[in-house]
Design a protein around this ligand. Structure first.
Ligand code: HEM
Ligand code: ISQ
Length: 154
């Protein structure tokens, strides 16, 4: 499979651009998730009792940023080590949170699609297929690590 230097650079470069507009980026990510799958709303503690997406909820933003950052780190590791290495305690935590929330494979696909659409939106004309593929692959590998942990805990 292998992750090239070019792919790592594409992910890092786009994240550098995207992180300059965290509020809009976070909101867009959730908007896309809910557009693809409205049922997901009830899963998030900070969304379930609201009609509209809260514009100024720090938790909403920090969660979205964590997801982007983790995928970005996954890309770096994929290139450096050929696999995603999440520190044991973090992976255990992620596994247990998502197991507890009952997250299924189809929902991992929803988040992936929403993430890619957010990259597209943020990067505009600079967004290429190669860039999207690089994010996709880094996400898949990270998601696989979380899913494996979920199965072990179940
Ligand atoms: C919580 C990351 C996939 C739904 C979390 C947290 C992190 C995280 C870091 C904990 C936040 C915190 O406590 O500070 C990720 C990553 C994913 C992923 C890196 C994929 C690679 C998903 C998917 C869903 C999901 C597919 C399903 C829609 C949730 C929910 C919570 C959570 C509902 C709890 C939020 C709350 O506090 O109410 N995730 N996640 N996650 N995640 Fe994910
Ligand atoms: C997955 N897990 C936790 C928070 C998230 C925020 C946005 C998109 C996906 C997420």
């Amino acid at each position: 499979m292998g992750f090239s230097e070019k792919q790592e650079a594409l992910v890092k470069e786009s994240w550098e651009v995207m992180k300059q507009d965290i509020p809009a980026l976070s909101l867009y990510l959730y908007t896309m998730i809910l557009e693809i799958s409205p049922e997901v709303k009830g899963l998030f503690s900070f969304l379930k009792d609201t009609d509209e997406l809260p514009r100024n909820n720090p938790k909403l933003k920090s969660h979205a940023v964590k997801v982007f950052k983790m995928v970005c780190e996954a890309a770096i590791q994929l290139r450096e080590q050929g696999e995603v290495v999440v520190p044991g305690s973090t992976l255990k935590y992620l596994g247990s949170v998502h197991l507890q929330k009952g997250i299924v494979d189809a929902q991992f696909e929803v988040v992936k699609e929403a993430l890619i659409r957010t990259v597209e939106k943020a990067m505009g004309e600079k967004c290429t297929e190669e860039m999207k593929d690089a994010w996709s692959e880094a996400y898949d590998q990270l998601a696989a690590a979380i899913k494996t942990e979920m199965k072990q805990e179940a």
